[in-house]
Design a protein around this ligand. Structure first.
Ligand code: SF4
Length: 381
């Protein structure tokens, strides 16, 4: 397995200059259940003003601690969660945010999600044949029994479950964790998507088989020219699996760019903190000292009442007065590397956002204007 280097990234960018899936200014607030209907409404401010672009044939790692909003972003991109605000674009066109089954199905034909837990994402009462043939029929890729059978066998071969005949009639409880996750990946591929969103796809697997599953996803990304979003809390592994890395903290995107730059030359203090948990003696902080010496202070804050300004300021050893009042704008650091931090330049164009409280009535921005939010989870077709 080799490290993805800058020249590969640049060559891919030249080959695929346009994102296939793009999200701009995503926001997600979850209303908290309250027994007293007259009490002030509270929300979990899970994702705030987050943008992301995914390119064909390229992997983007989205990293951060638990509770940073990574999974929420993936579920918004998959349209499992509604958007509180923001816009999705597919092939440059705004995505219709209707809840009609036909609209959702048309979207999920192109954008598929692989869940973290292979144990609960497969229905225990159905066998492998059912799990793989259903999306083939739903998305119209196979009609006759013979076609379905051929494609199910091809999918099993694609995810290296061979000989396919040995797996096709098995039930989830007869498979290992790694085999189940391969079935989950094959089920996503059955839709023939262009975008694959993988939410911590190996975190529940034994260490010994994680690398096999990750290498499988990378091979499929290259063979199928998939735009792959790889969600992980292991920032050190991102360099090996993704051309680009994005770092999220408490619902805000704080740093991003080519993985080599973000991981070898991290700029944002939170990225440095994350990397300090994965020591590398060759990696140095801005003061020339090893990142292993950075102190780990505090924990991710409550997102019901998140800190104002830069949400990292209660933990940041470099926090300044302005960090408490304003979220810094984006500063471009060169080579596609950027960060939101007042330590670099003037913090870009400062954002006036000071988030303390959700509006009393939340809105979803869609093609048809504003609609009432619907938190109902949609079945992952
Ligand atoms: Fe620290 Fe301020 Fe930068 Fe936030 S903006 S990471 S608080 S220096």
């Amino acid at each position: 397995m080799s490290v993805i280097n800058q020249s590969q990234v640049e060559s891919e960018k030249q080959t695929h200059p346009e994102p296939i899936l793009e999200a701009k200014n995503l926001r997600k607030y979850f209303p908290l259940h309250q027994s007293n209907p007259l009490a002030e409404k509270h929300f979990v401010h899970a994702v705030e003003d987050t943008s992301i672009a995914l390119y064909p044939g390229r992997a983007t790692a989205l990293v951060g601690e638990s509770g940073s909003g990574k999974t929420t972003v993936a579920r918004m991109l998959a349209r499992v969660y509604d958007l509180t605000a923001g816009t999705l674009y597919f092939r440059g066109e705004p995505v219709h945010l209707s809840h009609r089954a036909a609209v959702l199905r048309a979207y999920r034909r192109h954008v598929q999600l692989v869940f973290q837990d292979p144990f609960s994402s497969l229905n225990p009462i159905h066998n492998v044949r059912y799990h793989l043939s259903r999306p083939l029929r739903v998305f119209g890729h196979a009609k006759s029994k013979k076609e379905v059978n051929e494609q199910v066998m091809a999918l099993l071969n694609k995810v290296s479950l061979t000989p396919a005949e040995q797996f096709i009639e098995k039930y989830p409880h007869q498979l290992s964790g790694g085999q189940r996750q391969r079935i989950a990946i094959a089920r996503a591929l059955a839709a023939q998507p262009e975008v694959l969103l993988a939410d911590e796809p190996v975190s529940m697997l034994d260490v010994s088989i994680r690398l096999d599953v990750l290498n499988l996803m990378l091979r499929l990304k290259d063979e199928e020219k998939l735009a792959l979003l790889f969600i992980t809390h292991d920032i050190a592994s991102a360099r090996y699996f993704a051309e680009d890395t994005l770092v999220m903290y408490a619902g805000q995107m704080v740093e991003g760019g080519p993985s080599d730059g973000v991981i070898q030359q991290p700029k944002h203090p939170y990225t440095q903190l994350l990397l300090s948990a994965a020591p590398d003696p060759d990696r140095l902080g801005p003061d020339g000292k090893s990142l292993m010496t950075l102190p780990a202070r505090g924990e991710i804050p409550s997102l019901i009442r998140p800190p104002n300004g830069c949400r990292f300021h209660p933990r940041c050893p470099h926090a300044m007065p302005e960090c408490r009042d304003h979220f810094p704008g984006r500063t471009d650091l060169g080579g596609g590397h950027w960060t939101h931090c007042f330590l670099y330049g003037d913090g870009g164009a400062q954002s006036p956002i000071i988030v303390t409280k959700a509006p009393s009535r939340m809105k979803i921005e869609g093609q048809n204007g504003f609609e009432t939010p619907n938190e109902k989870k949609q079945e992952n077709a």
